[in-house]
Design a binder for this molecule. Structure first.
Ligand code: SAH
Ligand code: SF4
Ligand code: F3S
Length: 462
């Protein structure tokens, strides 16, 4: 079969990054190989994000940049098909088709298992294709089994969201919550572990709302699932993201106490430290309730640390509300965070609320909040000096002879080590700390047998 070039650009969350890999998997049997640049590609997929205005606007500027490439390919007698996938496709599919003639296909996040069919239709000149259904059949049943792309892999276990925070588009773009059956997840983990994966990040828009069918036929929560994943041979580390404070239950907390593979780092977005704003956001908890959850998780494991997402300048946010967020940051001491200026999203309740905060005020608040977070992150990294920790090496460093891995707390750790250690876990003593990363020495003899990362390929060529 003649090889074709597929270029995928992903924006937004880890779910989208995961989906990009799966889209490559579904296209592989049709002879599409992933390439690193759009030039000359037979199929370009823009896997878009709708979360904030800026993210959504990128689609149109990228489509503008693709036009000359598509024309160039046509001038040579070829054809570049352009697909828009992801959350902008879901939210604005029809407008996209109308506004951007360059787009051949629009495919929503729940419909991309149908990409091959859509591509075939476009190739047959059967017209432009749009599919933004939420099909009854879960797409996972139609996707080929993923292959390990390295020692640290993602496994999608849950999708969608029923929470309807007043600022957020995700419930509209990703649809209702859906949890994959535990059996399917465990089979996938086993397969990836047998290919050499060591660290498994369980993914979902609301991952700890997981309530899939268990092996015993009953409903399993995330805690139960984590215990089953931990029993699989080769599973050294388990992470999960993204969690909602409302869904942290007793069993998940207990799992953090009892399952050593579960890392002591949780991304638990709080958005704001003000009860008034949390209520207006429809988050379903107070600042005190959030702090109580943090305390319980810390009691389960004393090395537990947290990261979060923050929104500043939500409609009606006063200086006092903002200070409440800063106070919460000081109390939890988040070691990492994503923080954003509130961006009104069409169709969400908050976009129509009174008391929209001026842009300059949002910027001022964001800068000060980020400075505080950076200070705390630097202090945490500084505190790691001289400590020993397990590091899973998952990529080569910038200089020859260097490897980079992740600590249990997600810090990138740079070491000097032979390339053969790539894909392995080792004990590292931290000798240098900077605000964003650590450097260390491998403790001699501590390199656990890993896998030859040279064996990892994104997928088998069809
Ligand atoms: N499910 C996750 C969040 C997913 S969206 C949760 O509930 O925490 C990722 C982050 O984008 C959110 O945590 C929020 O901080 C940010 N975000 C979402 N909508 C936003 C908006 N309209 N303006 C600014 N930030 C937004
Ligand atoms: Fe959006 Fe809220 Fe759902 Fe998170 S929980 S995806 S912020 S609606
Ligand atoms: Fe963006 Fe959709 Fe993810 S809006 S953050 S790509 S769920």
């Amino acid at each position: 079969m003649a090889k074709k070039k597929l270029y995928i650009k992903s924006y937004g969350c880890q779910m989208n990054v995961y989906d990009a890999g799966r889209m490559a998997d579904v296209m592989a049997p049709l002879g599409f190989d992933v390439v690193e640049a759009p030039d000359g590609a037979d199929l370009v997929i823009l896997n878009t994000c709708h979360i904030r205005e800026k993210a959504a606007e990128k689609v149109f500027s990228d489509l503008g940049r693709l036009r000359p490439l598509k024309e160039g390919k046509a001038a040579e007698g070829g054809r570049m098909m352009v697909a828009v996938a992801g959350c902008v496709a879901q939210a604005e599919g029809a407008e996209l088709m109308a506004r951007a003639p360059i787009v051949d296909m629009v495919v929503g996040p729940q419909a991309y298992h149908r990409l091959p069919e859509m591509v075939a239709k476009v190739e047959r000149q059967a017209g432009r294709q749009i599919d933004t259904d939420f099909p009854v059949e879960p797409k996972f049943d139609f996707l080929p089994a993923p292959r390990a792309s390295g020692p640290a892999v993602f496994v999608s276990i849950q999708e969608g969201c029923d929470k309807f925070c007043t600022f957020c588009v995700v419930p509209y773009t990703r649809g209702a919550e859906y949890s994959r059956p535990a059996q399917d997840i465990l089979v996938e983990v086993k397969r990836l572990a047998s290919q050499g994966a060591r660290e498994f990040t369980l993914l979902g828009q609301n991952v700890n709302a997981y309530h899939g069918q268990g092996l015993d036929g009953g409903d399993w929560g995330l805690g139960r699932l984590v215990r089953a994943v931990a029993e699989i041979e080769g599973v050294d580390r388990i992470r999960y993201t993204t969690s909602h404070p409302r869904d942290v239950d007793d069993d998940l907390i207990a799992a953090h106490r009892e399952v050593p593979a579960l890392t002591p780092f949780i991304h638990l977005p709080v958005q704001s430290g003000s009860d008034r704003i949390l209520q207006a956001m429809n988050r379903g908890h107070t600042a005190a309730e959030y702090l109580a959850i943090i305390e319980r998780l810390r009691a389960a494991r004393d090395d537990m640390v947290f990261s979060s997402d923050f929104i500043v300048g939500f409609p009606g946010e006063t200086e006092a509300d903002y200070q409440a967020t800063m106070d919460l940051i000081d109390r939890v001491r988040f070691i990492q965070a994503f923080s954003f200026k509130y961006s009104p999203r069409p169709g969400t309740p908050a976009a129509g609320m009174g008391g929209q905060v001026p842009e300059e005020e949002k910027s001022r608040r964001l800068i000060a909040l980020q400075a505080r977070l950076t200070e705390i992150q630097s202090a945490f990294n500084g505190g790691c000096l001289g400590q020993e920790m397990d590091v899973l090496f998952d990529r080569p460093g910038r200089h020859p002879g260097q490897l980079v891995g992740r600590s249990p707390w997600m810090q990138p750790v740079h070491v000097t080590a032979p390339e053969m250690a790539l894909g392995s876990m080792a004990r590292v003593r931290v000798v240098k700390a900077s605000p964003n990363s650590l450097a260390g020495d491998v403790i001699p003899g501590s390199i656990l047998p890993g896998v030859d990362v040279g064996d990892f390929s994104r997928r088998e060529s069809a």
